[in-house]
Ligand binder design. Sequence first.
Ligand code: PLP
Length: 410
Amino acid sequence: MPELALLGGTPVRTKPFPAWPIWDEKDVEAITRALKNGKWGIAPPEQSEVARFEKEYAAYHGAKHGICVHSGTTAIRIALQALGAGYGDEIIAPAYTFIGTVTPIIDVGAVPVFVDIDPRTYTIDPAAVEAAITPRTVGIVPVHFGGCPCDMDALLAIAKKHNLWIMEDAAQAWGAQWNGTGVGHIGAAGIFSFQSSKNVNAGEGGIVLTDDDDLSELIRSFSNCGRSSQGVWYGHYRIAGNYRMSQILAALLSVQFSRYPEQHRRRESNAQYLARKLAEIHGFTVLERRPQVTAHAQHLFIWRYDRDAFGGLPRAKFIEAMHKEGIPISPGYSIPLYKQPVFLEKRFDPKHAAQRVDFGSIQCSATEKACAEEALWLTQPILLGETSDMDDIVAAALKVRDNAHLLLER
Ligand SMILES: *Cc1c(COP(=O)(O)O)cnc(C)c1O
């Protein structure tokens, strides 16, 4: 049996996985074009890189409107403001997500209500959503986690029954589809992130999509100093920030996005191959993909680790051994969001409505398990390589499993 790299043996792999970001002369040309144009901020529509990207991105998802801003977190904030979320309103969100899903809820004065994920998909559990609804609930923020669309049929039915809006956090789900429809405008609105780790990346950036004309006007206003499309430049109709995207960023984003369809095909094919291979290994459960998920953005490849099948080897030790074999897997989030100091210690306005929540008493069992012992993540650049890269991941996992007893004896 080959010796584990952790015990001094030869690693399965020494070659690096694909680097990220990916760029070439086209990106340089686009940035240069925007630079030389001299319109770095606001630009007339026919010269606006931002306006062009908004149209292109919205069309790709089948949405009517796109509004670019400078981050995904900001996009959530203004979408919530435009939906009218405010003081004391309750908004339901999953406990297993990036904090950027939830801080805007606090920012607008509303109360985040954390609910559990479905352990099969790591997306928000519709039954838990329904159980969390109170007379104060105004909306749901489902997260298409890892690039996998949530069960939108179930969520839309719940929203309709209880008269709630849905604002999709599609920060990780560019081009993902539920039943053939692009995510981000299945609910009232949805947002995407272009932060540097994301599959569509310009360093920073975000966009809101919606099919609703009035909502689009409001979202635009909240991103643009409270202006109105009908009003004069120095007419301000609501308290709002300046969250506009720069033309230089949009120029880069356009070129980056032009590579997306090809990169997406590659990630999908590698992820599906890897899922089939890992599913054959006892002790691994790859997250489920429902038949309605007609496109998965594959931001994260996630599978569940069962330490009992590995002779009781703790996940941390498994990960350490995989790293030594040359496979950069991650345990993902180490604690549910509601256990972050900001919530446990309620580090926000002492008069905020969310002070009434006892975050310490929340228990979402699937989330806790994912954080503490179960989740294994691979990030998206790894899926941009060759099939043989996927084989290395599988070979390393088998090698660690077959030698697990040696790690336990230590
Ligand atoms: C990245 C991310 C955000 C925030 O996006 P930023 O552009 O980093 O502000 C929000 N939600 C989820 C699920 C994310 O992955």
